[in-house]
Design a protein. Structure first.
Length: 150
């Protein structure tokens, strides 16, 4: 079993990548910038959005960033007791980065209440990306998701 485990992990990651690539929300038909603006407009907490994307990302990256932004905005509304959010989406050094910062009470931890952040970490890692959480007690909370552009 131990000898077969690495192969099973590689196969599972490949299948997960295929699933993520197959998900395309209709909101992305007009592009990621428009989809993010729409998410922000529907947020229960006011969101200031800044987008700097020189070109449209690959579809699987676009979907992953869209779903990550949606989950992060939902998490702020449900858990942060925040009065405002800033969402930045940009390309930096071959990576696409979405950063969500709120003025809530902090204390967000992967593996804490619910599975939202853990799921976001898995989504990012399945596309060779990463997620970082900076959420000291008392706030603010900043969560960054970074994915390769190509």
């Amino acid at each position: 079993m131990v000898a077969q485990a690495p192969g099973a992990v590689v196969e599972a990651l490949s299948e997960l990548r295929d699933i993520v690539r197959g998900i395309h929300p209709p909101a992305l038909d007009a592009g990621l910038s428009t989809a993010i603006e729409t998410l922000a407009a529907r947020s229960a907490v006011p969101v200031v959005v800044h987008v700097d994307l020189p070109q449209r990302p690959p579809p699987e990256t676009e979907s992953a960033l869209y779903f990550s932004a949606a989950e992060l905005l939902t998490n702020v509304a449900k858990h942060a007791a925040a009065s405002r959010i800033r969402l930045d989406l940009r390309t930096l050094g071959g990576m696409l980065r979405v950063t969500v910062t709120d003025d809530g009470g902090g204390g967000a931890r992967p593996g804490g209440e619910g599975t939202g952040l853990a799921g976001l970490i898995q989504r990012a890692e399945s596309l060779d990306g990463a997620l970082w959480v900076d959420s000291p007690s008392g706030g603010p909370t900043t969560i960054t998701v970074e994915l390769p552009c190509e």
